[in-house]
Design a binder for this molecule. Structure first.
Ligand SMILES: NC(=O)c1ccc[n+]([C@@H]2O[C@H](COP(=O)([O-])OP(=O)(O)OC[C@H]3O[C@@H](n4cnc5c(N)ncnc54)[C@H](O)[C@@H]3O)[C@@H](O)[C@H]2O)c1
Length: 369
């Protein structure tokens, strides 16, 4: 005997990304107006730095609105993006009586939004969540697009879910309190977006990158919008990364590996910057990008305060081995995304944007960095 469980799904996971300044009140209003339905219980997940800057304020605002809320604080930094920390957040929620009638409010950078979004995706088999992004990196990339994950000792982001938030708030005002190196880290993903899909954004950065460090309103708003627009054009066509979305991985094959091998001494964006240089140099060998444009990429990365070389403390042989933990690896073969000059990517066949690379080729590039 055989039953056919017909379970077709039509899902509308559309949501808004609001870009602005001081959006705390807007968030509270949205929740009051039913953004997550009738839910009145919120786990505000944040980290030890952001808690006192923005997290507590949001938590108190929710209490003032008459909601039940708890502030759950994880230690700051990439080393908190683990299965153990996910368990800590979940157990805290369970102990405080949270069941399925709750939602998660993530307040912080990419570590918090990645972890909290993953918690929300599995807690009670899934509860809604919203992201309140407080870093340029989270605004540029991590908080939008619905990829959530934790790191493992082997490599970053290996365990996770596609899980879309109900809304994302990009509060540009929060960038004011970011240390300079965190602005740089966020600029790496911004430069990546320019390289892979927006030549104008790249040229704008070439003219104005210093303005971002000065907190110039117009410049910050411009990059916030352009980042979203580049990312969304891709995500809307390929939410689950069956092809096109791989292009957002530009620079991440070497980037993720170098991030892990550095034992997180390098920030995510710093690691991506090194990966961007590696793919540009390798791409030049294949004729995908001119020498002049490789120089432009490297020079912009350096002006953004980012590294263009592999730090001395990194063992390059170990780095090459680590490349095989990349999610794009197929049949044991390394695959790389390449920019096509500035503002475009290479395509290698129908719905294929990653090229198979022999280990020696990338090892040679890394040896020269
Ligand atoms: N899901 C995705 O699609 C995606 C995309 C890109 C990156 N990521 C992930 O994002 C993470 C990196 O994000 P991140 O750089 O935001 O890291 P992060 O969350 O660790 O934030 C960086 C540092 O800035 C501090 N901070 C945050 N907001 C602040 C503020 N407004 N003022 C002062 N300090 C502040 C944090 O406490 C932390 O110390 C990585 O784990 C990466 O894998 C995910």
């Amino acid at each position: 005997m055989k039953f056919n469980c017909e379970l077709k799904r039509i899902v509308d996971d559309s949501y808004d990304i609001e870009i602005g300044r001081r959006l705390q009140k807007t968030l509270a209003e949205d929740l009051k107006n039913g953004l997550v339905g009738k839910i009145k219980k919120f786990a505000v997940v944040t980290d030890s730095v952001v808690a006192e800057l923005y997290g507590r304020e949001i938590y108190e605002m929710l209490l003032d609105e008459g909601f039940k809320a708890d502030l759950i604080v994880i230690p700051e930094g990439e080393k908190s993006k683990t299965r153990e920390m996910k368990e800590f957040v979940e157990d805290t929620m369970l102990e405080k009586g949270y069941r399925r009638d709750c939602a998660v409010v993530a307040v912080g950078g990419g570590v918090v939004t990645d972890l909290a979004g993953f918690v929300a995706g599995t807690f009670g088999r899934g509860v809604p969540f919203v992201n309140y992004a407080t870093t340029l990196l989270a605004a540029a990339d991590a908080s939008v697009g619905g990829k959530t994950a934790v790191d493992t000792p082997l490599a970053t982001n290996l365990i996770g879910l596609f899980n879309q938030p109900k809304k994302v708030y990009l509060d540009i005002d929060t960038w004011k309190t970011l240390p300079k190196e965190q602005i740089s880290s966020g600029l790496a993903e911004t430069i990546k977006h320019g390289c892979l899909g927006d030549a104008e954004l790249f040229e704008y950065l070439e003219k104005n990158v210093e303005k971002i460090f000065e907190g110039d309103t117009e410049a910050c708003e411009y990059i916030a919008e352009r980042n979203c627009s580049v990312k969304y054009k891709v995500v809307m066509k390929d939410e689950r990364e069956s092809g096109l979305r791989e292009i957002l991985n530009l620079g991440h094959t070497v980037g993720r590996a170098v991030e892990t091998v550095s034992d997180y001494r390098l920030y995510h964006g710093e690691a991506v910057a090194i990966g961007m240089v590696a793919q540009a140099r390798l791409g030049q060998k294949y004729g995908f990008i001119s020498e002049e444009n490789v120089k432009r990429v490297e020079s912009l990365i350096a002006r953004a305060g980012l590294p263009t070389a592999v730090p001395d403390y990194i063992n390059k042989a170990e780095l090459v081995k680590k490349l095989y933990t990349d999610k794009k690896v197929r049949d044991g073969k390394l695959r790389f995304v390449f920019q096509k000059e500035i503002g475009d990517v290479m395509q290698f066949g129908d719905n294929n944007y990653a090229k198979e690379i022999a280990e020696e080729e990338i090892a040679e590039i890394i040896a020269g960095m």
